[in-house]
Design a protein. Structure first.
Length: 157
């Protein structure tokens, strides 16, 4: 009768005035007999203009960022209710969707949202990039290393 649903079903997709493309997905699935996990995902995608990467002070990081992000950043928000009766599932799904939809239009639709999201993602990437560079430097063997130290002077016969 009912099977677990592991795929994402698109409920609705909109483009906000600030250029953010927002898609809503239904991730609901059957968890036990007539009980469901009702889960809605809101994914906001912002296509980043190339000029934004040119403004960064580190060209290497900008290049790595372009490659990692693919020219866009994603922001996901989830709402869920667990162990919902099968007869109440549609009402719960509609309630969660409406909450996310209203949030996307009012909060994510603001002009400053894309700017703040971009700045936050850049700072997160900057930290990740610096840590990766430090790890790479630590992994490079030191040419002055002669191998293990000779401790024979510590032991007397």
């Amino acid at each position: 009768m009912n099977k677990n649903n592991d795929s994402e079903k698109v409920i609705k997709s909109i483009v906000l005035d600030n250029g953010l493309r927002v898609t809503f997905f239904d991730l609901s699935k059957n968890v036990a007999a007539d009980r469901w996990l009702v889960k809605i995902k809101c994914e906001a995608v912002y296509e980043i203009p190339d000029e934004f990467f040119d403004l960064l002070d580190d060209a290497g990081m900008a290049s790595a960022m372009k490659k990692d992000w693919g020219g866009a950043i994603r922001h996901c928000v989830f709402r869920e209710r667990n162990f919902v009766d099968e007869h109440e599932m549609e009402a719960a799904r509609q309630e969660l969707f409406e909450h996310l939809y209203d949030n996307a239009r009012s909060y994510m639709g603001r002009e400053l949202f894309t700017q703040k999201l971009y700045e936050k993602k850049v700072e997160e990437f900057r930290l990740k990039y610096r840590m990766q560079k430090e790890l790479e430097q630590m992994a490079v063997p030191d040419d002055d290393d002669d191998g293990p130290a000779d401790f024979s002077a510590c032991f007397r016969d």
